[in-house]
Design a protein around this ligand. Structure first.
Ligand SMILES: Cc1cc2nc3c(=O)[nH]c(=O)nc-3n(C[C@H](O)[C@H](O)[C@H](O)COP(=O)(O)OP(=O)(O)OC[C@H]3O[C@@H](n4cnc5c(N)ncnc54)[C@H](O)[C@@H]3O)c2cc1C
Length: 457
């Protein structure tokens, strides 16, 4: 049922994941929303390869969907993952739970399904979505956007007094801001690329690996991961260096693909009958961290989501963080009303310190996932972490849990995580069993170094 708009128009660029969610939250507050998306309508046109990758949705993302009234309807398209299932080279399996109990899970969801659900909901609530419309520029003085119809080749312009760039890591709105004096911008690419692969469902539509887990084949400086889909398939991603030994550059023929998988992922290979086809049909993606400032210009234009702060995917937080942007922005709007300059400035002040923190944690987590999860000392530390959390629930919450299962600001999670790492290093130094934790020392360190944690509900 479309909502009636009592306030002004807001123009959003990009109907990826953040654009439609933000549209809904704005419409609920009485704004009229126009969305311009360069791609065709994904409900009608088959997506290119590379757009099927699954996302891990966790507490922050779920909160955003709840605020928009969408979470309950999403439950049928997610699969909860309770932990990581590590696959050793010899085929051994080790399961490591993500959280302290079964309610602490992350949720596998198809990016395309999530995007379609968001677009449908935004349209139902009254957002006007213009597909095939690529934004080619924005005049920050006159408030006019330039558009190019990708289908007909027709260029047009539209008045857009308030524009929010939700147009991802190659944002057109950010490109305009780059022309301004003293605009800070940095982009850092990883030397690694990623490739989407598939494990099909079994003969009866069943999952061929444990369903409720995120599977990881950690191999030192690279890895394969697999996330379950509701249709019985697994969406896999191979993360590999672009160059050098064991790299994308080193795999050029079908024979090389099979040889590589046979030697490095022997238990995954029999599950991937389409391996060579997938490998050569799907593009090799790159991963980038983008930081920039300011995110806004005179209450007229704002960047949000990946447009403001693209991060590498290893903490599974890109969209969780983006949805948190959306709720943070509308909370400020609720507080200050449409004083855009103030709202946008406060938004950047509140969010940037946190998005910088998750950007750094996401890079650190790459090393953890591809390498350290295979190390028995690392797994032991994780057990000690959970024991400390059970004993000191208001003081010691593992960094992974602060980021994934709570809405504790990312910057707080980063800072406390560093203190907790030091405590863990001291407590684990000379023991191999959780039963041997020196609780007197733990008491002293935890109470000395950590203040009670404020956990937003
Ligand atoms: C391999 C991989 C795995 C990931 N896994 C996770 C995960 O597990 N969990 C998680 O939370 N995040 C994950 N992410 C990150 C997540 O995908 C991004 O953070 C999220 O998609 C950002 O949403 P967005 O709406 O800001 O940008 P996007 O989703 O990129 O959407 C931007 C939209 O804008 C459109 N657009 C771009 N330019 C223009 C223009 N000039 N004019 C009009 N439209 C335009 C695009 O077509 C697109 O539809 C992953 C990312 C990758 C690459």
């Amino acid at each position: 049922m479309p909502m009636s708009s009592t306030r002004g128009k807001i123009t959003l660029i990009g109907a990826g994941l953040n654009g439609p969610l933000l549209a809904i939250l704005l419409i609920q507050r009485g704004y009229r929303v126009e969305l311009y998306e360069r791609r065709p309508d994904m409900r009608r046109v088959r997506l290119n390869a590379g757009r099927f990758i699954n996302l891990a949705l966790s507490t922050r993302g779920i909160h955003g969907l709840q605020q928009a009234g969408l979470w309950d309807s999403m439950r049928s398209i997610i699969i909860p993952m309770k932990g990581r299932m590590m696959h050793s080279l010899a085929g051994g399996l080790t399961f490591q739970p993500y959280g302290k109990n079964e309610s602490e899970v992350i949720n596998s969801i198809s990016r395309a399904e999530l995007n379609i659900a968001l677009i449908n909901a935004a349209e139902q609530q009254g957002a006007k979505i213009h597909f095939h419309q690529r934004c080619t520029g924005y005049d920050l003085k006159t408030g006019v956007i330039r558009l190019f119809n990708q289908d007909t080749g027709e260029p047009t312009t539209e008045e857009a007094e308030v524009v929010i760039g939700c147009d991802g890591s190659a944002s057109s709105i950010r490109s305009e801001m780059l022309k301004l004096n003293r605009f800070d911008f940095s982009q850092q690419h990883l030397d690694y690329g990623y490739k989407e692969l598939t494990i099909p469902a079994g003969a009866c539509g069943e999952h061929l690996l444990e369903t409720h887990a995120l599977h990881i084949w950690p191999r030192g400086n690279y890895m394969l991961i697999a996330l379950p889909n509701i249709d019985g398939t697994f969406a896999c991603i191979l993360f590999l260096p672009f160059e050098g030994a064991d790299s994308f550059a080193g795999i050029q023929t079908e024979e090389e693909v099979y040889r590589f998988f046979q030697s490095r992922f022997p238990d995954a290979l029999p599950l991937m009958p389409q391996l060579a086809n997938n490998f050569f049909a799907n593009p090799t993606g790159s991963m980038v961290t983008i930081k920039c400032s300011p995110w806004q210009v005179e209450g007229r234009a704002l960047l949000l989501g990946d447009a403001a702060h693209a991060i590498v995917p290893f903490f599974g937080q890109g969209i969780n963080c983006g949805f948190e942007d959306c709720t943070a922005l509308v909370e400020l709007l609720d507080r200050y009303g449409p004083e855009w300059m103030r709202v946008f400035a406060e938004f950047e002040k509140e969010r940037k310190v946190n998005t910088d923190a998750i950007a750094n944690m996401a890079i650190e987590n790459f090393i953890e996932m591809r390498d350290r999860v295979a190390d028995s000392r690392f797994l032991f530390r994780k057990e000690v972490e959970l024991a400390l959390e059970a004993k000191y629930p208001q003081l010691f919450v593992p960094k992974y849990s602060m980021v994934t299962f709570h809405r504790i600001p990312y910057s707080v999670a980063l800072a406390r995580g560093e203190i907790q790492d030091r405590i863990l290093a001291e407590l684990c130094a000379s023991i191999d069993r959780v039963e041997d934790i020196d609780w007197t020392k733990a008491d002293l360190l935890v109470h000395r170094d950590l203040n009670p944690l404020e956990i937003p509900q």
